[in-house]
Design a protein around this ligand. Sequence first.
Ligand code: COD
Length: 301
Amino acid sequence: MLKKIEEIKAIIANAPVKKLVLAAAHDQDSLAAVLRSHAEGIVEPILVGDSESIKKIAESNGYDISNLTIVNESDTEKAVEIAVKMASSKQAEILMKGKVGTSTLLKCVLNRDWGLRTGKLLSHFALFEVETYHKLIAVTDVAMNIAPNLQEKIAIINNSVGCLHQLGVEIPKVAVLGAVEMVNENMRATLDAALLSKMNQRDQIKGCIIDGPLAFDNAVSIESARHKGIKSEVAGDTDLLLMPDIEVGNVLYKSLVFFARAKVASVIVGAAVPIVLTSRSDSEQAKYDSILLASAVSQKH
Ligand code: COD
């Protein structure tokens, strides 16, 4: 497993430059991240949004956008529709959210007629670089699926394991989190965790090693696991944390960023193209890192 997010650059070093469409592109941080990745030869951007605002942002920040394709559309929803259609018609290989709300973008992505559905569940995959952990650690799903059931958790694991394979982790170790490491029939997360572990042992979920329920401390600390007498191949060496629901996931995400000063890259997978869907509070660096991640998990590299 990688130790730093910037090591993703080595994975995509020989991959062709990806076309990235930025939906509602009149957004300073998103533009800055896109232009940086363009300057480094990672993406070829297409900017869809209010061209006057895009030019003003470029002028006031000294960005050179003279060689970029800009599609002028000042109506945000229409701009998103154009961007999504570019991705569904294969004119772009990565979709990125600009100045538009998450649910507006996701609803367009899920549009039955011209969206980016593939028949698979879409899910959010976040990759963290935390100083106190010995490798990058992925967390899912902190931003899309609100309260996944067992079948949805299987799909979320499969999506994330696919990403980890593309990042070079051959057999990712997956910890299914609960509040405790024992099965408690009153805690649904622990029941699902036990089922997922058994399904993995029986080869119903492949390409990874799943253990759970594990409490957060056992998942990330071998000392903690030993202290509780837990024997597990995953404990203390987790590559992927599966969250019980979006609330737990979102709080962990923000705790890692705000308290632990973790770096993060994230992407929506399961759609026809990877989607960079960072939130307004994410830094320009997080947006740039997410573009790196989207390039790495894009199918055609
Ligand atoms: N993958 C594939 N199809 C999906 C998914 C998914 N993850 N979610 C919904 N669909 C399909 C359904 O099968 C259905 O056909 C259609 O989309 C509508 O489904 P609804 O009615 O359940 O969903 P919506 O349109 O009300 O909402 C979908 C959202 C993704 C917008 C919703 O799940 C949501 O709001 N998620 C949380 C987003 C959020 O606020 N994140 C916070 C980020 S910080």
